[in-house]
Structures are given as C-alpha cells and as structure tokens.
Ligand binder design. Structure first.
Ligand code: PLP
Length: 393
C-alpha cells in the first residue's frame, strides 16, 4: 500500500489505508477543481455538484435521504454535535443515558457535559455483560420522562461487539426520547439501513472506511430538531458552517460507493481471515482468550487477551516484524491502565493488561494471517518467560 517496507497492517479500527479508487476520485478536487461550492459561477457550481453526488453516495450506503446527511470534520465532531443538539432541543430534560463502553468521543463529552452546556445533568452509564452486551433490563429501567438523549455505539471499537441498535432505538422512540448512535466502526463493515429505524442521529468517520482523515458525517433524521455546533456561513443548509472539505467529501462518497459494492463479498472474506487468525491464536497460545461476544461482532475484529503479559510489550515485539495492531491498555500518567471497555466487561486484570486488538480490512491477505500465526506464539512465550507472574503452562 505504498509504504517502503512491507507492513502487516491489522489496526484498521484505528485507521484505514485510503483506497486507490478513492485517491483517484479526490485528486481532481485538489488540483483542477478548486472552486468554492458556494460560489455563483459554474466553476464553483461543478464542485458543488461533486459534493451533492458524494452526499447521495453516503445516503445510499446508509439507506437515508441525501438531505439527512451533514458533512463534518470527523466522527468526534458528529458525536458532539448530535448530543449537544439533542440537549438544546430538550432544555427541560436533564438526564443522559449512554453505556460504559463508549468511545471517548461520547464518554468524555457525557462525563464533562456541564463544561459544555453550563447545566448539570444526571448521567446513566449502562453496564455491559461479560460479552460486552448492553443489559436490556437496566436500559428499560434507566429511561425516564427526564431523559433527553440516549447515545449508544453501533459497534465497539475495541471488541467489535455490535449492539442491537434497531431494538434499542425503538425503545427510546416509544418513550419520546431522542436516540443517537456512534456508528463510526459499523459503517462499511456491516449493512445499515436507516430507512426503517428509529435512529435520530448517527455518526460516521471517513478514515475508518478507506477515505482520508478529517471528514465525517452526521445523519439527522428528517423532522428531528437540530441546532448547529458552530455559528458561521450557510453551508450544509445552515447546519454545519465552514467551507466544505471538498476533496475529502468526494473521497468519502467514493469510499461509501465502494463499501456498498463490495461489502457482502469482501466482508465475508475478511471474516474468514479473522476467524482463521482468531482460532489459530487461541489454539496455539496457552492461556489466551477472546474478549467480546462471539457472534454479535464486527467481521474484522478480534480482541484477544494473552494472560500474564503486557499488551504494550507484545506490541513492541510485534513491531519488530512490522505487524501493526493495538493494545487494550493505554499509558496514562505513567501507569498502564487497562481499557475502560474491558474493565466494564469484567475482564480479569491479568487478562485485560495483555489484550491485543487485531482489526483487519479488505487489504489483508491469507499470507499475512499465516505470518502472524507463525510469529505470535514465540513472542508470547518469550515475554512470559521474563514475567514474574507467569505460573507456567
Ligand atoms: N467513535 C468510535 C467508535 C471510534 O472508533 C472513533 C475513532 O476511533 C471515533 C468515534 C472518533 O472518530 P474520529 O477519529 O473521526 O474523530
């Protein structure tokens, strides 16, 4: 993929390679077609048409109307815009419902909501099961007349666990509560059809589906009260001010087209590769376990804990072979904290610390899977030999 050294890239939930077809589609909008889509002249007008075409491609992938698509700068902006808009639309309601496993784009906003709104809110962060599934009973009893918004991710970025969004959104709608879903990890990986769903807001991000970084979408259902995040010009029908990131919007449109054309076939191929990797690792490395629901999971994600070793140490050793993945722990203020997602699932400390997320894409090959399966057992065994905690096989 254009890199000097051969990289085995299995970190696609962090970001993806921009597809060659996407680069081809966006390049003219960085060179010849540099007009402003808001300009009156036809040089700008043709750029405006390209933005409209991209909007149609996004809408086709989501099963919604092009007018319901607002281009933003990233998934994080879409999340913030949706949640803050819902709170402004319901000023008398002071309760937010979300889950303990959300991405920081939702979690950190909800936990610090008074800083952004100037008001105090009651926050319910729903528990999840050992498999990372939301608890329906708890959800039902959390909702009240005071709830302004429910925000739940479609698919988890660390484990790939998929929430039953249709059901969750219907429950909110039946009670007159707005529903937002962070679908940043779901779009392009699993089919989404918003036409029959009770979802009011949905966030997605270009760089997770082979478009560049710096472009996202917020879907807002027709008729849902909406107020913009920023004041400024009339772009995006007054819903998102600022001159459009045209080349990246065109790129996202093309990426959505590709996802729609290829999803069924490619994702079943990716799932086969993921299953081979997962089963191979679990079979060849003692004391390794899968985190997250076995079936209700993205086809590309395997989050595996290797007990008694540190995820960061594993990543460093994988890096020597140019294998890229992520660990479930983050180095915060000098101490290694296991991820909030794995902690919410009750993954034991010794396992949470040694978790590695492998996230594949359409560009991974069977040879790469074989290469990783060949290297991993020795990496883990060597690290365990050095670990004072390793009790032995
Ligand atoms: N939500 C989820 C589930 C994500 O995985 C990410 C990125 O990792 C984001 C939101 C943030 O998206 P962006 O990087 O486009 O702001």
């Amino acid at each position: 993929m254009g890199t000097a050294e051969k990289i085995v890239y299995m970190d696609n939930n962090a970001t993806t390679a921009v597809a060659p077809e996407v680069i081809e589609a966006m390049l003219p909008y960085l060179t010849d077609y540099y007009g402003n889509p808001s300009s009156m002249h036809s040089f700008g007008g043709q750029v405006g048409s390209a933005v409209s075409k991209a909007r149609q491609s996004v809408a086709a992938l989501l099963g919604c109307d092009p007018e319901e698509v607002i281009f933003t700068s990233c998934g994080t902006e879409s999340d913030s815009t949706a949640i803050l808009s819902a709170l402004r639309a319901n000023p008398e309601r002071r309760h937010i419902v979300t889950t303990r496993v959300e991405h920081p784009a939702v979690k950190n906003l909800c936990e610090n909501i008074s800083t952004f709104t100037g008001h105090k809110y009651r926050l319910t962060m729903l528990k999840v099961s050992e498999e990372g599934m939301v608890d329906m009973e708890e959800y039902l009893s959390a909702l009240s007349d005071d709830t302004a918004i429910v925000s739940m991710m479609w698919a988890n970025n660390e484990t790939g666990v998929i929430f039953p969004i249709a059901e969750l959104a219907k429950i909110a709608r039946d009670r007159g509560i707005l529903f937002h879903t962070d679908a940043v990890q779901a779009v392009g990986k699993i089919p989404i059809d918003l036409s029959g769903l009770n979802v009011d807001f949905l966030s997605l991000s270009g760089h997770k589906l082979h478009a560049p970084k710096g472009v996202g979408v917020l879907y807002v259902k027709r008729g849902t009260a909406f107020s913009p995040f920023m004041a400024g010009g009339h772009q995006e029908h007054g819903r998102r001010a600022g001159t459009e990131n045209v080349a990246s919007i065109v790129a996202l449109g093309r990426a959505c087209q590709l996802a729609q054309e290829k999803m069924a076939e490619e994702n079943s191929r990716v799932k086969k590769l993921r299953d081979k990797l997962e089963e191979g690792l679990l079979a060849s490395v003692p004391k390794s376990l899968l985190n997250g629901h076995k079936q209700m999971r993205l086809p590309n994600t395997a989050n595996i804990s290797f007990e008694y070793v540190e995820g960061e140490a594993i990543l460093l050793h994988m890096n020597r072979f140019n294998i890229c993945a992520s660990s479930g722990s983050a180095c915060t203020s000098g101490s290694l904290e296991p991820s909030h997602v794995l902690r919410a699932m009750g993954v034991p400390f010794t396992a949470a610390h040694g978790s590695i997320r492998f996230s594949l894409s359409i560009y991974n090959t069977e040879e790469e899977i074989d290469f990783v399966l060949d290297k991993m057992p020795a990496i883990i065994a060597n690290l365990r030999e050095m670990s004072p905690f390793w009790p032995g096989d």
